[in-house]
Design a protein around this ligand. Structure first.
Ligand code: 5AD
Ligand code: SF4
Length: 481
């Protein structure tokens, strides 16, 4: 297993191998020598912090970055006052970009105090040319920048950074490569995300993801299953299959396979008790998937099904390729087949041309589908997307009014919906000690609802029955049975 390769056996003097991932292991060994020398010089261990913005895909990428940093000999920390700090960025909405610039301002002052400090930037935001130009101009102290397509090369770039003077920038425009089998440092011992595909081909008109993550590429099913078997052997009980649009998984493989079939294969793996996935595009959700979910005891009772808008006119302008009626019919079909399922969603308010009547249509869908939770976003104009050039950009006050109106309905519906389980006893996977009260644990139900209950931290990573006593909006206070 590559995670167990002994880096001290790799000769640094030789030329680096051309094959991946062997090449990256060579550079990890090289980085280890640099880190060791610097650590001896300073008389202390070197620390590294990986700061993550954005979605589950980025969270998983950060586990890989952490694994490589740990292999190089860094001690991982959450504190940004570290010897090496890397920001794994998101650019889906402009406020994600602004957060990164804010943090960089702070880092500049830290770096003045610790001139040995190294700073790196990676992730979706770095795939935008205007961002790179801005950093090169105004944030000269950054040491390393790379993008989403060459993240597997992190060890090599790190080694280059130690040897170079000035900023290293390595951005690829696209790739058809998938390099896995690199070390990764999981945030939770008992659960893990697994990339099953990369990129997106949908080109929703507001969305920058297809431009920064590239074209859709599925991993071979056997590689995915092998990774899950290893995770199960390492104590993982819950997996989350990750992709921008998991319902189109496998369609472009040499031997095509459906997402539902992949789920069935995952289910057979011993030790895995829960299977989740994210995200489903409504236009590609098949009846086969609904049946497989219905018959499964491991696939969680939760479906994240982004609506974006309830107005057919806006959906068309968004290039979502379904109508309000088609979405409602799909939600009905899912509820009919799997009555205990929780459906959650994403909604955008303020898309160009949206009127208060369009928001009414969205509110109508929220009421009809009765989501357990909905993430509501204010439309953010992303340069280079078709929507950015559309007429009828909505005024801020109008957006705000629609957003508040929608949020109220979302909260009321969700509260009512989540409360339906009050008094029932359900299985919860214990995830962590409660952040507010150390006598309490925080667990997650199959349907993704959170429950806090009294218990000992030795239960973390196990599945326990919990009676759901009091519903507090989106979460429960419970009692272990
Ligand atoms: N503005 C606002 N929200 C967006 N999303 C994607 N692009 C934008 C944008 N330009 C939202 C969508 C998507 C979620 C991950 O982010 O709702 O489902
Ligand atoms: Fe963006 Fe649409 Fe692809 Fe989701 S499906 S990543 S919203 S383009």
């Amino acid at each position: 297993m590559y995670n167990e390769i002994d880096l001290s056996t790799i000769e640094a003097g030789q030329d680096p191998p051309l094959q991946e991932p062997e090449r990256q292991y060579y550079f990890m060994a090289k980085c280890r020598r640099y880190v060791k020398a610097e650590s001896e010089r300073l008389g202390r261990v070197l620390t590294a912090a990986v700061i993550t913005f954005g979605c589950q895909m980025n969270a998983r990428d950060s586990e890989k970055l952490s694994g490589i940093l740990e292999s190089a000999g860094y001690e991982l920390t959450d504190n940004e006052e570290a010897d090496f700090v890397i920001y794994n960025t998101c650019t889906v909405r402009d406020n994600a970009n602004q957060k990164v610039y804010g943090r960089l301002g702070h880092i500049n002052s830290l770096k003045k105090k610790n001139p040995h400090m190294k700073v790196a930037l990676c992730g979706c935001m770095m795939q935008e040319q205007s961002v790179i130009e801005k950093i090169q101009k105004s944030y000269r102290f950054v040491d390393l920048i790379f993008g989403t397509h060459n993240i597997f090369k992190f060890a090599e770039l790190l080694a280059n950074m130690y040897e170079a003077e000035g900023m290293i920038v390595d951005i690829w425009q696209d790739t058809d490569r998938i390099v896995e089998e690199l070390p990764s440092q999981r945030k939770y011992a008992f659960k893990s995300g697994i990339n099953i595909m990369f990129g997106c081909n949908n080109f929703c008109s507001y969305c920058i993801v297809p431009y920064v993550r590239g074209r859709e590429r599925s991993r071979e099913p056997e590689d995915i299953l092998q990774e899950i078997r290893r995770l199960a052997a390492d104590g993982v009980v819950e997996i989350m299959l990750l992709g921008q649009n998991v319902n189109s998984y496998g369609k472009n493989l040499k031997n095509p396979i459906s997402f539902a079939r992949l789920l069935q294969e995952c289910e057979k793996i011993e030790g895995i008790q829960r299977i989740r996935f994210m995200t489903s595009h409504p236009k590609d959700l098949s009846d086969e998937l609904i049946q497989v979910m219905k018959e499964s005891s491991k696939i969680c009772r939760h479906l994240h099904l982004p609506l974006q808008s309830g107005s057919t006119r806006i959906l068309e302008a968004m290039n979502r390729r379904y109508t309000k009626e088609q979405y409602l019919a799909l939600a009905d079909r899912i509820r009919r087949e799997i009555p205990d399922i929780s459906i959650t969603t994403d909604i955008i308010v303020g898309f160009p041309g949206e009127t208060p009547e369009d928001v009414d249509e969205t509110i109508d869908v929220v009421k009809k589908v009765a989501y357990d939770n909905a993430f509501t976003f204010i439309y953010s104009k992303r340069t280079g997307t078709p929507a950015a050039a559309m007429e009828g950009q909505v005024r801020d006050e109008v957006v705000k009014e629609g957003f508040d109106r929608l949020l109220k309905v979302v909260q009321d519906t969700a509260r009512e919906r989540v409360a339906r389980l009050e008094g029932q006893t359900m299985d919860a996977l214990v995830e962590e000690v409660n952040e507010q009260d150390p006598d309490f644990l925080t667990g997650r139900l199959s349907n993704n609802t959170i429950v806090h209950f009294r218990g000992d931290k030795s239960l973390i990573g196990t599945i326990v029955p919990v009676c759901l006593k009091e519903c507090h909006g989106f979460y429960y206070i419970g009692e272990m049975q």
